[in-house]
Design a protein around this ligand. Structure first.
Ligand code: GLN
Length: 315
């Protein structure tokens, strides 16, 4: 068993959950009403081990938009489809040291990495690029659902429409990338951005997202269905980049203090992977100054205080 004393483990997770339940701090993302008005008291934690043991507590069935967590998944799907060498013609592997929505390219004239907007938009330009936009969306959504073991995956059209109408910065990034010749031949910027906004607007809940994290933890094989979703190479790359770039401008600090490959999104979710052991999804909408879930960050810190899960614990 991945976690032998699972019952005892769950008791400890529950105690961290309870400890943080009434903690106030942070603020919901304000740039679109669909995120601003979500109940800030929602708080959910869900766990799925690589051998399919489950535990969840709190608001684990309430849908939220995965937002930037989609960036890690889109990269993993792309590398599975095309191999890393091809994908990295369009983006790099280096932390940017700048905000996630900065208009900026690396020294090779490429977006720094897939976990921030320029790289994520570039990733979307590659995703199933020969197909129609409808096919590309449907394919990616199905892949998310496969990674979630068939559990809840939805779509918030209201979020999509808001994302699209509040998107001056993302359009600016898109045009900048287009001018720099980053996108593959024949790609259509409007479609690329539509796909990007749509994939940010895909919904999951803590339970389904924990299975997604667990699929990554399990080398790309969904622990609840046994289905192969992501190639081993893609898992390795995705974990590496989640580790160095997954938590916005807190990524370096997180790598030291928590030491677990993770990806956060502006709706307040964090996908946390303990490679070879289990996946977590924690969700609480209020964000800290750097854009990570305020409670989610506290949860992860307490988790690695209690258990030796940090990648370099025990060395
Ligand atoms: N839709 C948001 C954006 O592109 C997603 C960002 C995020 O989760 N950080 O601005």
């Amino acid at each position: 068993l991945a976690i032998p004393e699972f019952k005892e483990f769950c008791t400890q997770i529950k105690s961290i959950y309870d400890e943080l339940r009434n903690v106030k701090g942070g603020k919901n993302a304000q740039y679109i009403p669909q995120l601003a008005r979500v109940n800030p008291d929602y708080w959910g934690v869900s766990v799925c081990t690589v051998d399919g043991q489950r535990f969840s507590i709190g608001d684990v069935n309430v849908p939220f938009c995965i937002q930037s967590c989609s960036k890690a998944l889109n990269y993993a799907i792309n590398v599975t489809e095309h191999g890393a060498e091809y994908v990295h013609q369009f983006l790099g592997k280096e932390p940017s040291g700048r905000g996630f929505n900065q208009i900026h390219l690396d020294k090779n004239g490429l977006p720094h990495n897939p976990m921030i907007n320029p790289g994520a938009i570039s990733c979307c330009s590659v995703l199933r690029k020969e197909d129609s936009l409808a096919e590309r969306y449907e394919y990616t959504e199905k892949m998310y659902k496969k990674m979630a073991g068939g559990e809840f995956i939805g779509f918030s059209n209201a979020t999509f429409l808001s994302e699209k109408s509040e998107a001056d910065r993302n359009f600016a990034i898109g045009y900048y990338l287009k001018e720099a010749g980053v996108f593959p031949e024949g790609s259509n910027l409007k479609e690329t951005l539509d796909l990007y906004f749509q994939l940010c607007s895909v919904e999951a809940n803590c339970d389904s997202a924990a299975v997604i994290s667990a699929t990554i933890a399990n080398g790309g094989v969904c622990p609840t269905t046994g289905e192969v979703c992501i190639s081993p190479d893609a898992v390795r790359n995705t974990l590496s980049l989640m580790n160095s770039c997954g938590m916005y401008d807190y990524s370096g600090e997180w790598a030291v203090e928590v030491g677990l490959p993770s990806k956060s999104g502006v709706a307040g979710s964090i996908f946390i992977v303990i490679p070879g052991v289990m996946g977590f999804c924690v969700w609480s909408p209020p964000l800290d100054e750097l854009g990570n879930s305020y409670k989610g960050v506290l949860f992860a810190k307490k988790l690695v205080e209690l258990f030796a899960f940090h990648s370099f614990d025990g060395v």
